[in-house]
Design a binder for this molecule. Sequence first.
Ligand code: HEM
Length: 117
Amino acid sequence: QSLYQQLGEQQGIETIVEEMLYRVGGDERIAHHFDGVDIMRVHKLISEQVCDLSGGPCDYSGEDMKTSHRNMGVDNADFNALVEHLIAAMEKEDVPVSAQNQLLGVLAPMHGDIVEE
Ligand code: HEM
């Protein structure tokens, strides 16, 4: 089974990203970064990116990670907080731990482009 399939394909990925963003919005450590942001658009783009990276039939159409997070002042703790919410969302959707780790492994190299401090 491909990672895309283990994440529940398009529907599963959209649910996971929605759940993650919902938790991010309720986390006072990082919610302020999303003030004034079009969250539906970010939901669409992160879902598309995860679909693409996990081997699904999508082509990510957003900005690269360095451009889209520039001057945001995201630090290590912010990054870890978002990852924490992603893991919680995958747990909730019963994604197997090995698949969770595969997705985290694909996202980890983006750390350097997203974290600035
Ligand atoms: C693995 C970690 C992350 C991934 C995969 C990711 C992915 C993305 C993607 C795909 C977009 C849309 C790009 C575009 O606008 O074209 C985006 C935008 C955004 N991200 Fe992230 N992100 C990550 C971490 C973070 C963190 C830690 C924060 C802050 C706590 C953050 C805050 C934002 C904000 C505020 C936007 C909206 C920018 C705007 O529309 O002006 N991201 N992210």
